[in-house]
Design a protein around this ligand. Structure first.
Ligand code: SF4
Length: 91
C-alpha cells in the first residue's frame, strides 16, 4: 500500500508542489509546508499552495529554534562523558 503509485505520487507532491515562499523559507526542513490539505492560500508572490497555518508555524519554529540552539550550545560546551556499559559505569 505504501508503494502504491497513487500513494507515491501524493508523497512526492508534498515537496514538489511547494510555492516559492516555502522553498525559500528558513524553516523548510522543519515544516515542508505541512499537510497538502491545508495549503489553501497564495504566497506573497501569488503562487498557490501556502499553508493557511504558516504564520503560526513561523512563530513556533522561531521559538523552538532558540531553545534548540541554546541546548546545542550547552551540549557542545559540556565535557565528554565517560563511556558506560549496561546499567553501571565502567571504572
Ligand atoms: S513555515 Fe510557512 S513558509 Fe515556511 S515551509 Fe512552513 S508553510 Fe512554508
Amino acid at each position: 500500500m505504501v508503494f502504491d503509485p497513487e500513494q507515491v505520487k501524493f508523497g512526492y507532491a508534498k515537496s514538489e508542489t511547494l510555492p516559492r515562499y516555502c522553498r525559500e523559507c528558513a524553516y523548510l526542513k522543519d515544516c515542508w509546508g505541512e499537510c497538502p490539505k491545508n495549503r489553501l492560500l497564495r504566497d506573497p508572490h501569488g503562487e498557490p499552495g501556502l499553508n493557511y497555518l504558516c504564520a503560526g508555524f513561523k512563530r513556533f519554529f522561531a521559538h523552538a529554534r532558540r531553545g534548540a540552539d541554546a541546548l546545542a550550545a550547552k551540549i557542545t560546551a559540556a565535557p565528554a562523558a565517560e563511556p558506560t556499559i549496561g546499567a553501571g559505569a565502567v571504572r
